[in-house]
Design a protein around this ligand. Structure first.
Ligand code: FAD
Length: 381
């Protein structure tokens, strides 16, 4: 069953698929062999206009809506998780927040560089004692002459060591905290007092790296405040809504590719004189996966379309993120099972997808936190 968001997106998909297969897939094999993303990957995404896609054309962006961004996310995710990070750091959480809430000077300073992929942006919310309970953050910004002095520690920040700018959430009024006492700051790489102390590797593929960022009396000028003073938490939560749709799209893309790989392997692999594809237990694993994927697509495309139309979707993004991230985990598990021993060998894509998709149930709000938000909406209704 072919489920697409809109007729225009259905038309875009084959071209996008060809680009990913011809231009990115060979580089994905290189990433797995070397652990490093070749600069051509960024260059190829830039040439196609896929970096900064959601930013205005005024800044060199594509001015595209969320549904189109998610289609590209879905298709690049079929090849490698590293490409989804490139889209996010040039057109995701922080770039979108700058476009929505930045001053003209901030937009001029950052957006063209982000849209071209010259610069990357990170989103620094999580701290050792503030993960799911993000409002519990303790990074503090205190007013001083001409600016702010930031002290605190952020961790698990995607690409922090590669980013030229970080959107940092800090407490500016401890009495108000998430109700008007948290502010977003744009902190440039190399500001005195800011350092990336450690870079953690994850269970996922090598290019997925998380930085620990320390702020030690780090001075930023008044112009570094993003949006209204005290509105940082709302700005961050606004970005996370579309971020969750991007994550969901990546889950859909990976599940689609995994099913394709599983079907092909089941046709090719012969045991006891017959291809695996003839075995009902194998067929059912793929049938369940395809059914769940269709469900994920239907739900995700509907919520994306309504977000693009400016409609209130309530806890829709949480439902989509919860379902898609758990769905791709089940699909990856089944497909690795179909591959048998070969699904566990490094260098085989299903093995890498299996490890990479584990992030999706934790990052940008874990499954438990999505359930909490869905339940909260039910009880508040
Ligand atoms: C790959 C990856 C990339 C990331 N990138 C970024 C980034 O760029 N920027 C950023 O700011 N952060 C980032 N993070 C951090 C991520 O957002 C946090 O890890 C996540 O929010 C969970 O926080 P925690 O790790 O502190 O877990 P905790 O909050 O300690 O939670 C531990 C477990 O308890 C559960 N739990 C917590 N509270 C409750 C509750 N009330 N009820 C039931 N269960 C609960 C959680 O779901 C989880 O299973 C990233 C994480 C990963 C894995």
């Amino acid at each position: 069953m072919n489920i697409n968001c809109t007729a225009e997106l259905a038309e875009m998909r084959p071209l996008l698929r060809r680009f990913v297969t011809d231009q990115l897939e060979p580089l994905s094999r290189q990433i797995d062999a070397t652990g490093v993303v070749a600069p051509q990957a960024m260059a190829r995404l830039r040439e196609q206009g896929y970096l900064g896609m959601r930013l205005s054309p005024e800044w060199g962006g594509g001015g595209l809506d969320l549904s189109t961004y998610c289609l590209v996310m879905e298709e690049v995710a079929r090849s490698h998780r590293a490409y989804t990070l490139m889209l996010d750091t040039t057109s995701g959480l922080t770039p979108i927040a700058i476009e929505r809430h930045g001053t003209d000077a901030q937009k001029r300073k950052y957006l063209a560089q982000l849209a071209s992929g010259e610069w990357l942006a990170s989103f620094a919310l999580t701290e050792p004692d503030a993960g799911s309970d993000a409002a519990a953050l303790s990074t503090r910004a205190v007013k001083v002459a001409g600016g702010w002095k930031i002290d605190g520690l952020k961790h698990y920040i995607s690409a922090a060591h590669r980013a030229q700018v970080l959107m940092v959430l800090a407490v500016t009024d401890p009495a108000l905290r998430a109700r008007g006492g948290i502010t977003a700051f744009l902190v440039d790489k190399g500001m005195p007092g800011m350092s990336v102390d450690r870079v953690d590797k994850t269970i996922g593929s090598d290019p997925i790296e998380l930085g620990e960022v320390r702020f030690d009396a780090c001075f930023v000028p008044d112009e570094a405040v993003l949006g209204q003073l005290g509105q940082g938490f709302a700005i961050a939560m606004g970005s996370l809504t579309s971020g969750r749709m991007g994550v969901s799209a990546a889950c859909i893309g990976v599940a689609d590719r995994l099913i394709e790989l599983g079907v092909q392997y089941a046709k090719d692999r012969v045991t006891f004189g017959q291809p695996l594809s003839q075995r009902q237990s194998i067929q059912w694993m793929l049938a369940d996966s395809a059914t769940e994927l269709a469900h994920a697509r239907t739900m995700a495309y509907e919520v994306m379309r309504r977000l693009d139309a400016g409609e209130d979707v309530g806890s829709g993004p949480s439902m989509v993120k919860l379902f898609c991230s758990e769905m791709v985990g089940r699909v990856a598990d089944r497909v690795v099972q179909i591959f048998g021993g070969s699904g566990l060998i490094r260098g085989v894509p299903v093995e890498r997808f299996y490890r990479d998709v584990r992030h999706y149930r934790v990052g940008e709000g874990s499954s438990e936190i999505q359930r909490m938000m869905i339940a909260r909406a039910l009880f508040e209704a």
